[in-house]
Write a protein that binds this ligand. Structure first.
Ligand code: PMP
Length: 407
């Protein structure tokens, strides 16, 4: 099926606006995507028609809001092919999902245990594990990068031991757009009896996810990077593991019985969903999944691959441009710098912004990668299904200006 990009673009009101007198070219989708009208509409509709607290009231509005929220959970279950809807836990985003798991492991891990992450993680898949290791005495190990900037997966065999309890890795790097070999990592980790957490923040918007085929133990992602609202995300966990873990937050909704001495906890998923959830956000995320399904995630994947390949091809025309991990498999994003001494990625970003082109510059919350390349940051162009090759040409024209001005 071919996709009608103009029809897709027409669903995103923000794409009609101008920035600095130029049509907006939004290439910062790795930070957050824009939202289609269907998502904006369900947010309004929820507050206009169904606003009530969920899972509590027996009144009609509360039941309608609860039904809509639980329907969203089932949409997400289907989207990632989870076995049960109660394996879908709503969080504020990827960061909170990872913190939920790391905090729940506080009394599970000991000083004898080890966690393996990688040098290509976002800070939200580094800092929670550092905190957990500080609290428990467990050891944190890293899969290193090759000189090119891809995971040196050969090293994993040496890092994995009987002590490894958990391996955490992103499916796609937000800083470089590189696809990581999660299948190999999951197989090797499971062979040692370790659990695997996949950070799917940068893959969920771009590629089909099947948690059962993947066989990951946890998977986290954010709604706002996949056409949904901010403030809502998902933690998937295998039922038996989620049942084994203690809760993260305590409060209303997550209990069975509370006495002044002790509490017992509700069943999944509510054990991990203390307090009033972001009901509108959850319903909005369901609408975002509907939007993706209306195009087809495979169609999105194939189209965006064309955009990424075209960007790498166009950037390769310039001797002045260094593309990071250029020959690796990319998804959704490309990172580069101008090779001029003393020129910072933000210099390029500011010149592009004057032309209405939004890209990300800086360390992308992934400083270990920047340390690896000994650079302060990169320029990152990241894509969504509404981007076009014409926009990439506009971006390349803007880059020519930057090269002229900064060279
Ligand atoms: N992991 C990755 C790979 C990301 O790209 C991001 C967002 N840039 C996060 C984690 C954190 O996501 P959030 O800020 O939505 O919690």
């Amino acid at each position: 099926m071919s996709i009608d990009i103009q029809q897709i673009r027409s669903q995103f009101p923000i794409l009609n606006r101008e920035v600095n007198g130029k049509p907006l070219v939004y290439l910062d989708n790795g930070a957050t995507s824009q939202k289609p009208k269907v998502v904006l509409d369900v947010l309004d509709e929820y507050y206009e028609k169904y606003n009530a607290n969920v899972h509590r009231g027996i009144h009609t509005l509360s039941q309608e809001a609860t039904d809509l929220m639980e329907e969203s959970r089932r949409k997400i279950q289907k989207f990632i092919n989870a076995k049960h809807d109660y394996e879908i836990i709503f969080t504020r985003g990827t960061t909170e999902g990872i913190n939920l798991v790391s905090n729940s492991l506080r009394n599970v891990l000991t000083a004898d245990d080890e966690i393996i992450i990688t040098e290509i993680e976002h800070h939200s898949n580094i800092v929670p594990w550092q905190l957990l290791c500080q609290r428990t005495g467990a050891k944190l190990k890293y899969i290193p990068l090759t000189a090119e900037g891809i995971l040196d997966i050969e090293k994993l065999d040496d890092l994995l031991t009987e002590k490894t309890k958990l391996v955490c890795v992103n499916q796609v790097s937000n800083a470089l757009g590189v696809v990581n070999p999660i299948k190999t990592i999951i197989e090797k980790a499971h062979a040692k009896g370790a659990w695997v957490l996949i950070d799917a923040a940068q893959s969920a918007p771009h590629t089909a996810i099947d948690v059962r085929a993947m066989d990951c133990d946890f998977l986290v992602f954010s709604g706002h990077k996949m056409y949904g609202p901010t403030g809502i995300g998902v933690l998937y966990g295998k039922e038996d593991i989620l049942n084994e873990l203690p809760p993260f937050h305590g409060g209303g909704e997550m209990i069975k019985d509370v006495t002044m001495e002790v509490s017992t906890y509700a069943c999944l998923p509510f054990k991990f969903e203390a307090g009033t959830p972001d009901i509108a956000g959850i319903i909005g995320l369901g609408a975002a999944v509907d939007f993706i399904n209306s195009i087809g995630i495979q169609n999105i994947h194939d189209y965006e691959k064309e955009l990424v390949d075209y960007t790498i091809q166009r950037l390769s025309e310039f001797d002045e441009v260094e593309i990071y991990a250029k020959d690796a498999e990319h998804s959704g994003a490309v990172s580069f710098n101008l090779k001029f001494d003393g020129v910072h990625s933000s210099d390029v970003g500011m010149i592009l912004d004057k032309k209405g082109i939004a890209v990300r510059t800086g360390h992308h919350c992934a400083q270990p990668i920047m340390h690896h390349f000994n650079i302060p940051g990169t320029v990152r162009a990241s894509f969504a299904v509404y981007n076009t090759k014409e926009e990439i040409d506009t971006f390349i024209d803007g880059l020519k200006t930057a090269i002229r001005m900064l060279g």
